[in-house]
Write a protein that binds this ligand. Sequence first.
Ligand SMILES: *Cc1c(COP(=O)(O)O)cnc(C)c1O
Length: 418
Amino acid sequence: MKKTFVSYEKLKEIVKDYPTPFHLYDEKGIRENVRHLQEAFSWNKGYKEYFAVKATPTPAILQILKEEGCGVDCSSYTELIMSDKVGFKNDDIMFTSNVTPKEDFVLARSLNATITLDDITHINFLEETAGIPETISCRFNPGGDFVINNAIMDTPQDAKYGFTREQMTEGFKTLISKGVKHFGIHAFLASNTIANEYYPALARILFETAVELQRETGAHIQFINLSGGVGIPYLPDQDATNIYEVGQGVKKAFDEILVPAGMGDVSIFTELGRFVLGPFGHLVSTVLHEKHTHKEYIGLDACAANLMRPAMYGAYHHITVMGKENEPDDHIYDVTGGLCENNDKFAVDRKLPKIDIGDLVVLHDTGAHGFAMGYNYNGKLRSAEILLKEDGTTELIRRAETPDDYFATLDFSKWSKK
Ligand SMILES: *Cc1c(COP(=O)(O)O)cnc(C)c1O
């Protein structure tokens, strides 16, 4: 059974101060989880987690991760600005973008962030726009299917990201000729993968490629970035990734491939978003309406604008009806938001206890790619974000939007004159 990280009693207190809907984050859980991750990779001297800002672009969350020794992985201009404001500096910032605008490269260079190039043509583009740094990383896309234990995990051949294998060699040679001294290799081949074998399998591909590239081009390979993709158990019957097993699997590949090639000093980097934050967020909502037509509907004060994953991917997010954890799941509901879109359903045909108007409902695992994917369709406003701190107190870390925020980019003066 999936449990909420906040008790019903505590949540009843919190909603007295903050109206629903809001995203709630668990500071204690975040810190403990990051420490496990770091311990799992502590065998590697240079190991560092660069949290993928796009998963949870909230300064107070980035601050917690900074205190835990993480860097950040940015993909856009505003993520770079946010990271700089929170105090991440130089090598603490990775910039892994694609279809990159000129201004983004200029800002990344001025912050001295480590740039990951997505394409061979970006070498000249970067040189012309911001100049080539001494340390740079290239994103690799091996093509084909990415297979673990005979199962296709994802299809890199269809992914827009990265250099082909031939382009990696050519790109490294070109970059060396332009003064690059130290290289990184990056790849992201499968998303939300809870199989413990994902990172070790990816590592094997990248380590072998690193050895080849070193031999072919003489490049000094300083780091290998396994990027994101380690999944979390959204479903109640799924097992969580065992991050210690993952760390040991990567170590085995490292010892077998890099160490014998004299490359035992390579640093391992990760850019995990979902694994680091996902389980430590809840979307807290109140039941506004019930509706009995061709199906039984429960309508919440949250909608897909607060959590897009179910509407976008049909993703499962577990639901707990607070105070009814021990009641039988003997009702079948579609749990919906109020957008004028029929895919605005957090759950379809979900077995749940009998739900009443006013019940507090928690949607689990919204800590990553939750609030972040929010939008303003139907004029819906973004919710607040609240941090449940280690001492049990709460802090408003982002206020809810108001109609004024929604209208901030418009000028009504033409109509308000008379
Ligand atoms: C989205 C993204 C991540 C994080 O992915 P998760 O699935 O949240 O771990 C890491 N690196 C890059 C380049 C990304 O685009």
